[in-house]
Design a protein around this ligand. Sequence first.
Ligand SMILES: *[C@@H]1O[C@H](CO)[C@@H](O)[C@H](O)[C@H]1NC(C)=O
Ligand SMILES: *[C@@H]1O[C@H](CO)[C@@H](O)[C@H](O)[C@H]1NC(C)=O
Ligand SMILES: CC(=O)N[C@H]1CO[C@H](CO)[C@@H](O)[C@@H]1O
Length: 420
Amino acid sequence: MPGLFTYASVVALAALSAYVYPPVRHELTVVGIGRAVPQSTIPSSSSSADYVRIEDTYHCEDLHHYTPANLLFAACEDRPTRFGWFPPLHNIEPPVDGTQGSFHVIDPETKKSIRLSFENFDKTFVTHGIDVIPDPKDKKAVYVFAVNHQPNPEFTASLREHIQKSNSRIEIFRYKIGSPTIKHIRTVADARIETPNDIFAVSPEEFYVTNDHAYREGLMRELETVAPVGWSTTLHITITDLSASSPSSGIIISTALTGIKSNNGLGHVHGSDEVTVISAERGILYRTFPNTNKTLTVEETIHMDSTLDNPSYYTDPWATPSSNTSGYVLAGLARGIDLAGNANKPDAKDPPYVWLVRKGKDGGDWEKKIIFADDGSKVRTASAAVIVGIDPKKEGGRKRGWLFVTGFMSENMVAVKIDL
Ligand SMILES: *[C@@H]1O[C@H](CO)[C@@H](O)[C@H](O)[C@H]1NC(C)=O
Ligand SMILES: *[C@@H]1O[C@H](CO)[C@@H](O)[C@H](O)[C@H]1NC(C)=O
Ligand SMILES: CC(=O)N[C@H]1CO[C@H](CO)[C@@H](O)[C@@H]1O
C-alpha cells in the first residue's frame, strides 16, 4: 500500500530541489510527476477470451496464488468503507461498528470469486496485506495471515484528539481447501505492531510484518512522507503458543530490518528463502535474506520508475535455459503523486502499472518491462498482481499467461491474457 503524498509538500519539495539533488529527480519520476495518464493495455475490442472483470472483488488489496491447489486468495473490503476509515491512507473518520471484510478464493480457470464465511470470528475486519502458506501437517489445508486495521473502540467523533485511532493487529486463520468457511486461530497484537502493511509467513509459528510508517499521523508523519528518511521497520515474530487467547501473549518480537523508506509489500521467491521487501514510495525492490538470528540482510536492490506495492514472483513452469519468463511481478501506480488527493474520492481514477522484472540473458542486468497499464477506468490503483501461466501447447507455442490485477481502491479485480 503506497503511503501518503501530500500534494502541496511534494510540489514544494520538487520546486526546491529537483535541479539540485539528482536522487530527488528520480523520486519525481517514481511518483509520476510529468507523466501522462497511460493508455490501457487492455484492447477495447477484447472478448472474455482475453479479458475478464471479476465480479464481487470490491477493494481487494492483496492477492496470492497458492500453486499447490491452483487457487487465488484475496482479502477484500467488500464495501466502500475505506473512503472513511483506512489508516494506511490516512482516512481516519470514526468507522461504523462491525465492518467486516472477507477472504475470497478465486479459481483462475473459471475466474469466479467465492466469499468465505468466518468460523469463530465476529470482530471488525479491515483488510490489508495477507500471506498464505501450507499447513505442514495437512496437505489439504493452509494458514492465512492477515493484517486487520481495527479501530480503537474509544475513538469516536466526539473523542478524536490525543487518542491512538487504530489498534491494528494480525489475524491468523486456517482454511481447508474447498471449504466454504475459514477458521480463526488467534490474534497477534503488540505495541510494536503499529502500522502493519504486509506479512511474510515462514511457518504457522513464525512471520515477518512491515510497519510502513513510524508515525501514524501528524506533522512527523508528513515529514516522514516527504523527507529522504528510512524510519519504517520490519518485525520478526515467533509464536510460542498458537492457541493463546490473549493477543499479546505467546509471542516473541524482534526488529528484523530498519533504514528503508516506507517498507511495504513482502514477497516470496519460489524455492528460495529470499524475503522480497518493497519500498513503496521510492519504487525500490530489496532482495533480503534471513540471518540465523532472524534479522534480514539486503543483498541487492532493484530501482523501478514508479511507486510499487506487494511483490509476487512468477515461476515459469515451462522454463528452459533458452526460454525462461520467471521473474518479479510488481504492481504500482503510474501517478502516485495524485493518491493523497484521491484517497477519499469514490469516483477518482488512479492509473496502475504492472512490471515484470527478470534476470537478463547470461545473468546480466535486470530487464524491466511494463506488462499492464490502465487509465484507471477498468482497474483503479494496483496493489498486487499475479501471473498464472498458460501451457504454451494451448497457445501455439507462445509463452502467455493470465495476469490478475487488484487495486486497493478498485471496484473489481481484472484478469487479462498477456504475452510474457
Ligand atoms: C544478526 O546477525 C547478523 C549477521 O550475522 C549481524 O550482522 C547482526 O548484527 C545480528 N543482529 C543481532 C541483533 O544480533
Ligand atoms: C529460470 O530463471 C530463474 C530466475 O533467474 C531461475 O531461478 C530458474 O532456475 C530458471 N529456470 C530454468 C529451467 O532455467
Ligand atoms: C507477504 C505477502 O503477502 N506477499 C505476497 C504478495 O502477493 C504475492 C502474490 O500473490 C505473494 O506471492 C506474496 O507472498
